[in-house]
Ligand binder design. Sequence first.
Ligand SMILES: C[C@@H]1O[C@H](OP(=O)(O)OP(=O)(O)OC[C@H]2O[C@@H](n3cnc4c(=O)[nH]c(N)nc43)[C@H](O)[C@@H]2O)[C@@H](O)[C@H](O)[C@@H]1O
Length: 380
Amino acid sequence: EYCQLKTDSCSQDVTEKYLFYDVNPPEGFNLRRDVYMRFAIMLAEAQGTGKRLNWRLVLPPWYNLYHWKASSSKSLPIPWSAFFEVESLQSYAPVVELYSIFEKTKDKELILDRVYVLQNYADAFKDGVFTEKWEVSDGCKYTGYWGYTNVTSNEVVCINFQGKVSKLWEIISLHPQDKNVMFAHGEIPLHDSYGTKNYWDCRRSMRFNENLISRAEKFISKHLDCHTKLCNNYISIHWRRQDFAQYRKKDVPSIKGTARQINKAVKKFNSYIDKVFIATDAAITSLRNLELELTQLGYSVHYFIPTKTEIEKYKDGGIAIIDQIICSHAAYFIGTHESTFTFRIQEEREILGHDSSTTFNRLCPDSGPCEKPSKWTIVH
Ligand SMILES: C[C@@H]1O[C@H](OP(=O)(O)OP(=O)(O)OC[C@H]2O[C@@H](n3cnc4c(=O)[nH]c(N)nc43)[C@H](O)[C@@H]2O)[C@@H](O)[C@H](O)[C@@H]1O
């Protein structure tokens, strides 16, 4: 089929090959979404030049994420379709769910040809320069396989790696016969094209599961009285607390400080706005305290509290996405410094077409004004 389409690639290997990856266990949901993009772009870019048309990227199931404590079914690996429209992902890159691979294997056992465990070089900026390089090393091991016990590998190879993700093709070429190749610590390779058109094409293909979109839109329409994706009547905040409130006092405000900054931003943007939506990982007592402060300033405060059934249905990841969707429709958004949760909301707002000045805003520490976030605006 590919030979008819691309005559120059007829001499290429046509056996289906699979690229698997995994991410350092403590990394959160929203960094993992970025790691996916690096790999998806790596495959899409190779295929765009007519090469490696036989490769597929295997979507790593979501398993036991450190921050996901609410849903009791967290111990089961969750497929990507729970959170994203896989068909839409496939419109950008050749991706498949892991379970669809099991369906093709004997006794549902999967033996990978090789797992390359990526490791950072100890001296990343030797002599002050960052050069792309990799070398086979030692001292690593890999256990995990996204929570599945029916997956193993014939060989585990340690690789010190520094550079862009497309450089992994060099490593793959070490064993041209391999059909199932995996990279552990997929967060180590860097983006090939951060912020480019290709980046945004990939990002736009990451459409959320439609049940999550409907739930978020139902909330917006019922509680925030807005019926479009570009609302003009509420402001949204991503109020990242937990470890940020504890260890990053120089970057994030107190509860009173948060309320003060929200009020100041509304007065400057549009003083008719009186609805505030808060997305947060804060403890409910802190959230109630913030609500109290904002109520005293005349605002009606909203947040999405899922029912037990909803937690089971959508899982922590889905609840996080619902919060992100509600933030993305708001007239004005204020995020938390250096939170990948905030970055993903900013991207969503760029995709929806909000004016960038309503998106790249952050909460400052109580000590006073702070630097604005970098503006990563959409490229079509
Ligand atoms: C400094 C680093 O920050 C990274 O966090 P950061 O980029 O904010 O963002 P994430 O990597 O997504 O991790 C934060 C996790 O906390 C929950 N969470 C945070 N904010 C909200 C919210 O507004 N609503 C909901 N529903 N859930 C939220 C959610 O489960 C999310 O996946 C961490 O992953 C790293 O471990 C590390 O701590």
